[in-house]
Design a protein around this ligand. Structure first.
Ligand SMILES: [Ca+2]
Ligand SMILES: [Ca+2]
Length: 287
């Protein structure tokens, strides 16, 4: 997805370059531009990963490899350490089964200092609904970023998140028979979070302090609160995703291998470059 976004940005940059060029600049500029476009395409992956401000998937735990449940399939190499989780049938492919004493530990630093804007989530299907149970947590006290089943926050025993001051309850009782989509979008510049449970969402102000520089799946690092049941498709993005991007993830999930390049976007760039080269040819030949 990062590469897809990066290509879109690169195409936008090319569009601006061309707009300037066709506004009466000498044809020599177009010649140089064509060569720079070819170089840009060759360096496409590097350009894509270097573009700031675009959401990058920095961790994805699909649990489809029963022999390596901690495998990070985002391509970022953030493999988690598996402490006792076993394989089970997931929302898509396999899932991690957490038996109340198992968890996985991801090395991704999800502190507000490291990732002021961040999105994470998972699909979960607990064996029971009794609180307090942790889906995701880097908590070291004071209600750090996390997703839980909690009784606090006024919603009964429900899917909940933390906002730095307490629990934000959805009021949605966890299902033990259906996979539930859970996500939180954090924006530290606005001091807000948006909590998603399936197709519902809740906005909360936030007051986060420091936390651990890793996070656990199915376990609170300082408080235990182990999860019982299945967890699938744990994902982490390094930006605050929009509600439509969240909806896209919710409806599509992460089926199979993660597509690193959107063929449509790559095709558009190729067609665009072909058009520019054609334009340069016509300019050189007075057509
Ligand atoms: Ca899976
Ligand atoms: Ca803390």
């Amino acid at each position: 997805m990062g590469l897809h976004h990066g290509i879109a940005v690169a195409a936008g940059r090319m569009g601006r370059e061309v707009a300037r060029s066709v506004d009466g600049r000498p044809r020599a500029v177009i010649g140089r531009l064509s060569r720079s476009l070819v170089a840009l395409l060759a360096a496409g992956a590097l350009v894509a990963d270097a573009v700031p401000g675009r959401a990058e998937l920095i961790g994805l735990y699909q649990f489809d490899d029963a022999g390596d449940l901690g495998l990070d399939t985002s391509g970022m190499g953030n493999n988690a350490t598996n402490v006792g989780a076993t394989a089970t049938t997931g929302f898509q492919g396999g899932a991690a089964y957490l038996n109340g004493s198992a968890y996985l530990r991801s090395p991704i630093d999800i502190t507000v200092a490291a990732l002021p804007r961040m999105t994470w989530g998972a699909w979960a299907k607990p064996d029971g609904t009794q609180p307090i149970k942790t889906v995701l947590a880097g908590d070291n006290g004071s209600f750090d970023r996390g997703i839980n089943i909690d009784f606090r926050g006024g919603g009964g025993d429900s899917w909940s998140t933390f906002n730095g001051s307490g629990a934000v309850a959805s009021g949605v009782a966890p299902s033990t028979t259906e996979w539930t989509f859970l996500a939180v979008v954090y924006d530290q510049s606005l001091s807000t979070l948006t909590f998603y449970v399936n197709d519902q969402s809740w906005l909360s102000s936030t007051n986060f302090g420091d936390s651990h520089t890793f996070f656990d799946i199915g376990h609170n690092p300082d408080f235990g609160e182990f999860f019982y049941g299945g967890v699938d498709n744990v994902f982490v993005y390094d930006q605050a995703l929009t509600s439509s991007e969240i909806a896209s993830i919710r409806t599509t999930g992460f089926p199979g291998a993660v597509p690193e390049v959107d063929p449509g976007a790559a095709g558009n760039v190729a067609a665009f470059v072909a058009g520019v080269l054609s334009l340069a040819y016509r300019r050189r030949h007075g057509r």
